[in-house]
Write a protein that binds this ligand. Structure first.
Ligand code: ATP
Ligand code: MG
Length: 559
């Protein structure tokens, strides 16, 4: 059911509504999502995407996609492409063409020259180690650089030569001439430009100097007319600097962006730093950025998550001002909740054992009509062929079952879903004592849906052995077995890898309707969970990924 109660406004919506009511920014709301193209997007970015694009849509505004591509050494076009694909897949469309901080390199450079001319920036010839050693501590003021009082002419000349590529990497920087005694360390003559002789994914070898994030970000917001520049809490103490840089260039008649910080998403049992995710990929601990165990958007997609489930997750967790940790179970709940409504239910036997109905007329069969999804009246029904040779799950049979085992055992009865009540008469073992066949009789008067009244406790899923299709099924579990794998001081996050995060089953038997399933199709395998067809699946080799089990097994374990 749709939630029809109006939700109370989150703190960012409150700020925006106040701005709108005061007529600020001409009544316009303009946000942006500003990823650095140095990795694939993860579920934390999804929160930021839903927030920025969601606000743009809610207030009839606009939202830009802007690549913060100021560090050519780590950025690649592959990441640009994947980011665009992920944002679109989540269901959002940015305003016009994607933007790039590198589009503004020329303007940023001109503003930097202006700042030099106004005595607000200087070239420092010290190494980054020397500069950071002079920064002081929050309690102790920093020390002036010996190059702080260079003349405007000398600064301009050096900066132009930095741009022209005359000096090696790391030999000089441009710094803002700000306040070495500020209690805010960010204000102590921050670096604005560094020398990097590195080819850029868009500007090639044109530039030998690149602007720092703090300088580029706010000015880019300004150039795009962004009204509300939403970022995560770690940028709170960068805000005075963000505003100071704007003060140097802002025109009173131009929209001035306002930085607003919110708490980043932290998820239990998950790491979210792109650097660490890259390590998992490079060390081949996972199969790639879109390995279904990765918290990346492409990994979640391949795992079987839907855009709707990720958006509703973002909605459920809301927007907070303080850091917190969200239980990954809530993400799993969101996808279960959505797939329960939309995924057709089918029969699949993951660990098959043969079951033969000895009193079924041999050589004959019949078609049974089976409902696709009782949660979705539109989903209709399908026909499955029933006969004497079946497969059931191996663990649905026990040779010596306890009383409470409501499945199959010698002399016991169960219903085969959508079919008949059967009784186990005997079973056959191989020379190793492994059960290889279960022999049953069926009661022809108990056909499902024909008003018969006999009831039994257990209902099992099954597939017809003569018609079943083969498949590979991959069962995924959490990649880490610790709630906060990156949060241990003396231990590496890789020490907490869950050795059982992937289990591959090669001998699964599926109902024949699944023969034509296409990549990303989603199903509920009855009694087992939700499964999605892998991107590498084909009709010759079907591959399914388990998205989530039907119930949260981790909750059960801890009870
Ligand atoms: P990471 O720390 O994973 O490397 P990042 O902050 O360096 O991420 P960016 O590409 O700079 O990644 O992030 C783009 C946007 O996404 C930024 O506005 C950032 O604040 C936001 N973002 C990143 N991680 C999260 C998160 N865990 N929760 C919410 N927003 C996030
Ligand atoms: Mg960042």
């Amino acid at each position: 059911m749709e939630n029809i109660e109006p939700k109370s406004l989150n703190f960012i919506e409150q700020i925006i509504e106040k701005d709108l009511s005061e007529g600020k920014n001409g009544g316009v709301v303009y946000t942006r999502f500003p990823p650095e193209p140095n990795g694939y997007l993860h579920i934390g970015h999804a929160k930021s995407i839903c927030l920025n694009f969601g606000l743009g849509a809610k207030y009839h505004g606009r939202t830009n996609l802007r690549f913060d591509d100021t560090n050519p050494t780590k950025e690649e076009d592959e990441y640009v492409q994947s980011i665009m694909e992920d944002v679109r897949w989540l269901g959002f469309q940015w305003e016009g063409e994607p933007r790039y901080a590198s589009d503004y390199f020329e303007q940023l450079y001109l503003w930097a020259e202006e700042m030099i001319q106004r005595g607000l920036a200087y070239v420092d010839d010290q190494t980054s180690e020397e500069i950071s050693a002079q920064r002081g501590t929050p309690q102790k003021p920093g020390i002036f650089s010996p190059f702080r009082n260079r003349s405007v002419e000398e600064n301009l000349d050096l900066f132009r030569r930095m741009k022209a590529g005359e000096f090696p990497d790391g030999s000089r920087v441009l710094r803002a001439k700000l306040d070495m005694a500020s209690p805010n360390m960010q204000m102590r003559d921050p670096v604005m430009y560094r020398i990097l002789h590195s080819s850029h994914h868009r500007t090639g070898n044109k530039w030998s100097i690149y602007p720092m994030y703090d300088y580029a970000h706010g000015q880019s917001d300004y150039l795009e007319g962004i009204t509300h520049s939403i970022c995560t809490l770690e940028f709170e103490n960068h805000k005075p600097l963000y505003n100071w840089f704007l003060d140097q260039i802002a025109d009173v008649n131009h929209v001035r962006p306002q930085q607003i910080e919110f708490a980043r998403l932290n998820l239990s049992y998950t790491i979210m730093s792109k650097r660490k995710l890259l390590e998992l990929v490079e060390k081949k601990i996972v199969s790639g950025w879109d390995d279904p165990r990765m918290p990346t958007i492409s990994g979640l997609r391949r795992r079987g998550y839907t855009p709707e489930s990720i958006r509703s997750f973002a909605d459920r967790i809301g927007v907070a001002k303080r850091d917190n940790i969200i239980d990954v179970g809530l993400l799993e709940f969101s996808v279960r909740d959505h797939l329960n409504k939309v995924a057709p239910r089918v029969f699949a036997v993951l660990d098959p054992v043969k079951l033969t109905i000895t009193n079924y007329p041999s050589g004959s069969s019949e078609w049974l009509e089976i409902e696709n999804n009782p949660e979705d009246p539109q989903s209709g029904s399908r026909k499955l062929e029933f006969g004497p040779n079946l497969f059931i799950e191996r663990d649905d049979f026990m040779e010596n079952p306890p009383n409470k085992f409501f499945r199959l055992g010698p002399g016991r009865e169960v219903r085969l879903k959508g079919a008949y009540i059967i009784k186990c008469e005997d079973f056959i073992k191989d020379e190793n004592g492994v059960v290889v066949e279960i022999l049953c009789t069926y009661d022809p008067t108990t056909k499902s849906g024909e008003g018969q009244s006999r009831k039994v406790k257990g209902t099992l899923h099954w597939v017809n052995a003569d018609k079943a299709v083969d498949a590979e099924v991959r069962l995924y579990d959490r990649l880490f077995n610790d709630e906060d794998p990156a949060g241990h001081k003396d231990l590496d996050f890789l020490d907490f890898l869950n050795p059982d995060s992937l289990q591959i089953l090669n001998n699964c038997k599926l109902e024949p309707t699944l023969q034509n399933a296409n990549p990303e199709d989603k199903f509920q395998f009855q009694r087992l969970g939700y499964f999605s067809v892998d991107k590498n699946s084909s009709q010759d080799h079907l591959i399914f990924n388990r998205t989530v089990p039907l119930k949260d097994s981790w909750v059960k374990q801890s009870k």
